[in-house]
Ligand binder design. Structure first.
Ligand code: F1P
Length: 619
């Protein structure tokens, strides 16, 4: 442990990683760097995978190290101070709920978290018979709750329009824009809109890169880059007319997968800040101590969660086996834990090119429990059926021994109903697993215990804190569930050969960020120039060896649209570059390989191949 640590930590956070050293993958922002800890993620077995991802998650709580690059961390004084400053401004909104609003906005996982958080704090207010004053925006609208709609993320104008719409008639709006990578144009558009109307709006940006690492290419069809917007926002900091909350939490265990640490850190940071603001309303002043007290409960949650590592590894192994046999993972959650399950399932589609049926989430009460703005979306198609009734009616009849069913609940939920569902599922598959949250002193009834072969049991301490105490426990359970599911699904897809080293190599290129990520992964794995990598990526997207002038002159948005109808775009480009073979040859090689990973691995060892940058740097 380092001597510089200021706080007594609940968990043992790892020592600073090599990624903090100057020059480490210098051209990449932290959120896109490859984590040195997980370089051999693809070779790990389930227990090692859990351990590696556990250590990556622990980096969220690591402190700033003055001997290294001066990255601000969650516990840095400047970050705690900004959290306190924003909390005080939230308090002002809470005092005048009629013409004020707190808007939380994000894309993908960040948008789903905006929904979860807005509902939590509206629930907190309603419980006190106060007016709800939170609202959420997610790019792509409510359909993005259950499906991935990554392309709307690229539209800054749309972001601004949506914001204007939800704030109509309000005199005081605190806007919280979440973009883990400081990258989403949708959020840039909203921040820019706020900065043009500072009489009404207070813009707050949440993400996990320094401003100097925010995305720097000019947004297509717009006037600025994300970085320029963030820099403008930074200048408002001293006058308290705008804030940026961007502690470094380290690179993701799976490079670029911001749903993981980025999502967890968003939840930790914002829930802490908002809870303190609500406490402060009851005349408790906003202090660093209040913030630290809550942050520590999340550290404790990390410890409690990963005390179940063995069982998490078993669930991961079971899930990987199901997926390998063309089976499924069905996640059935109660209350907000159901939403956490849906969040995790949805992201498997863009991150691993999974079919939407492979991993699915269901929630008790369906849309009614989610409390989304657009109400019941189930008429939009089978993908949008998310209630337990939908599962029983439409999915259960075809469940078989190859499928895994995971139930997630707390001991305060309807245990009779759970027991009945367990019995129904057991008629179809013996692969039934449970994540069960209890408060100290509560026990799972024997009747349930006997029927479920494998239980991940998490017991949370009783928190003797006024009304908010119950919310802290809810937040801990949600985060703990998120950590387990992130680890299980990322690990299962790693075991299925969807990861090479720690790079996602088979993701959907459905927005500009992902287009750039694809080129960057190509460069890192092959050591070839940016220009050459872009060329081969385009060959793979269009399935043409010779690129026409028209293709070369197409915008990135156009390439993204073309990529939408193709599968395995990135793996085909990687193998084609490594083997100097045609796109067609590469595709047939991949199609006849055991996995994407094995196709890349065998291409790495082709005689005479030029060594890649990654090879020489660290292997
Ligand atoms: C937004 C996001 C992620 C998702 C995927 C694509 O990222 O939709 O939530 O996991 O990586 O991007 P960000 O704007 O929060 O960085």
């Amino acid at each position: 442990m380092r001597g510089t640590r200021k706080y007594q930590h609940v968990i043992e956070t790892p020592d600073p990683g090599k990624w903090e050293l100057a020059g480490y993958e210098e051209s990449l922002p932290i959120s896109e760097k490859s984590n040195p800890m997980t370089r051999e993620l693809d070779k790990a077995d389930p227990s090692q995978l859990v351990q590696l991802l556990r250590d990556c998650d622990a980096e969220i709580f690591q402190e700033e190290d003055e001997n290294l690059i001066h990255y601000h961390r969650l516990y840095s004084e400047s970050v705690l101070k900004t959290m306190g400053d924003v909390a005080k401004r939230v308090q002002e909104v809470l005092k005048n709920p009629d013409d004020s609003l707190v808007v939380l906005s994000g894309c993908g996982t960040s948008g789903r978290l905006a929904l979860l958080l807005a509902n939590s704090f509206n629930g907190l207010l309603k419980g006190l018979h106060k007016t709800p004053c939170y609202c959420y925006i997610m790019s792509g609208g409510d359909r993005s709750i259950v499906t991935s709609q990554e392309s709307s993320e690229d539209n800054p104008q749309l972001g601004a329009q949506e914001l204007e719409k939800v704030c109509e008639g309000k005199k005081n709006v605190l806007f919280i824009g979440i973009s883990c990578g400081l990258s989403a144009p949708f959020i840039a558009g909203q921040l820019d809109f706020c900065m043009r109307h500072l009489d009404v709006y207070l813009p707050v940006l949440v993400g996990f890169n320094p401003v100097s690492m925010a995305r720097n290419e000019r947004i297509e069809g717009w006037h600025s880059s994300f970085r320029q917007v963030a820099e403008r926002l930074q200048t408002l900091h001293d006058s308290q007319k705008g804030f940026i909350l961007n502690p470094a939490v380290g690179p993701e265990g799976v490079s670029g997968s911001s749903r993981m640490k980025g999502g967890s850190a968003t939840k930790i940071l914002l829930e802490t800040l908002l809870l303190v603001a609500h406490k402060a309303e009851s005349n408790v002043p906003v202090t660093e101590k209040c913030l630290l007290e809550i942050l520590r409960t999340y550290e404790r949650a990390h410890k409690v969660t990963y005390s179940q590592s063995k069982k998490i590894a078993a669930l991961m192994k079971q899930t990987a086996t199901s997926l390998q046999k063309k089976g499924h993972l069905y996640i059935l959650g109660w209350g907000t834990l159901g939403l956490v399950g849906i969040m995790d399932a949805v992201e498997c589609v863009p991150t691993y090119q999974a079919d939407w049926r492979d991993v699915r989430g269901f929630i008790t009460g369906g849309y009614h429990s989610i409390e989304n703005k657009e109400g019941d979306l189930s008429s939009l198609g089978p993908q949008f059926s998310i209630s337990h009734e939908d599962f029983v009616k439409n999915v259960l009849p075809s469940v078989s021994e190859t499928d895994t069913v995971l139930l997630i609940f707390t001991l305060d939920d309807d245990l009779n109903q759970i027991e009945k569902l367990v019995a129904l599922v057991k008629e179809k598959t013996s692969n039934i697993q449970v994540i069960c949250h209890a408060t100290a002193g509560q026990y799972l009834p024997n009747s349930l215990k006997k029927t479920i072969p494998s239980i991940i049991g998490l017991t949370w301490p009783i928190l003797f804190l006024e009304y908010e105490g119950a919310f802290i426990q809810k937040f801990q359970r949600e985060l703990s569930t998120k950590w387990i599911l992130d680890t299980v699904t990322s690990g299962a897809y790693t075991l299925r050969g969807k990861i090479f080293r720690n790079f996602m190599v088979d993701f959907k290129i459905n927005n500009s960020k992902l287009f750039h990520r694809a080129t960057s992964v190509l460069q890192r794995l092959t050591g070839q120039s940016h220009q050459r990598c872009t060329e081969v990526l385009l060959q793979s997207i269009y399935g043409e060896q010779t690129l026409s002038e028209q293709i070369r002159n197409t915008t990135i948005a156009g390439h993204v649209e073309a990529a939408a109808s193709q599968d395995k775009v990135l793996p085909v480009a990687i193998v084609s570059l490594l083997r100097s073979c045609t796109i067609q040859d590469s595709r047939s090689r991949i199609n006849s390989s055991l996995s994407i990973r094995s196709a890349i691995e065998s291409s790495m060892n082709v005689p005479g191949r030029k060594r890649g940058a990654e090879d020489s740097e660290s292997r």
